[in-house]
Design a binder for this molecule. Sequence first.
Ligand code: NAI
Ligand code: MG
Length: 343
Amino acid sequence: MECHHRHPLLTALESAHMSHEIAVIPGDGIGQEVTPAALEVLEALDLDFEFVTADAGDETAAETGEALPQETYALAASADATLFGAAGKTAADVILPLREAVDSFVNVRPARAYPGVDALRPETDLVFLRENTEGVYAGHEDRLSEDLSTLTRVVTDSASRQLGRFACEYVEDRGIESFTVAHKANVMRETDGRFRDAVVDVADGRGVETEEVLMDAFATHVCLDPTQFDVVVCPNLAGDVLSDLAAGLVGGLGLLPSANLGAERGLFEPVHGTAPDIAGEGVANPSAAILSGAMLLEFLGYDAEAESVQTATEAVLEAGPRTADLGGSATTDEVTAAIVDRL
Ligand code: NAI
Ligand code: MG
């Protein structure tokens, strides 16, 4: 099986399976249901992991006045990896600092259609490598007058090159010959021009081929024929929007995992939020959280275990039991138990 999310920077760790501390931050809503499910799967592997659970999110804010307590931030900043669920209204106050705590420069978002799941485009198999620190999400917004607000878009050569190096290692590691750079450098000539030039220059220097696509055209092409693309490198906002678009092609939010990677740490989380419409009912699809757990395993060098979790999850997606979002009537616990059984 091809795994689309191995962390190439950490190959050195692979032979050194030392003890790892894993921070577990379930957060709010279905985060409280799917994170324990992912934890159950990781625990079933019986690895030398020490799990430390910490609080964050709306409920924590209501109780303590802080959505992200200092202890939780410090835990994520020191743990080898963090498993995160979702936060509600306080999501931006929780997830943005947590990504910073793990020094994440790239958000890896695989969007893949699985056999047995009703998808708009069953042939979809994409991975977005999204710049994770700058662009229009750098936080420089101003109200200049009653009539005028502005946003400063930040693009650095260093962050763009770091993403470019990661993309090269990512494709080289998987035997893929090229990657796509999605941008809008025809309009944002300075910022996206810099982004594009830096990423392409890094790839040229390493002999990795790149194709460029304007991000608006990409949105159309990926809907019409997702097989044209494989690994797609994007600036921050484009990666956010285009990967959610791809989620729509593969059958929904209950399926999409993600990894926020830094050089030394990572934070792994489903792409979905707290799902207030179903929270507390025990019927959330745990697949996205469990597949995020598989990405965590791969990051720490447990490739065989990552593949087992991926394979077991895919087998249950195909054969059932399934949760309601996929047309079934199983509970989160039943799906989780079926995945653990197959491990
Ligand atoms: P959402 O992802 O929570 O839910 C969107 C729809 O997808 C809902 O109908 C929900 O039931 C369904 N859904 C999502 N995950 C599912 C799963 N695992 N199984 C079955 N169905 C699932 O997005 P929404 O409703 O826009 O946001 C709800 C809250 O989550 C908001 O407060 C938002 O701020 C927060 N949020 C947090 C994120 C994070 O912590 N990283 C990311 C996105 C939203
Ligand atoms: Mg998003």
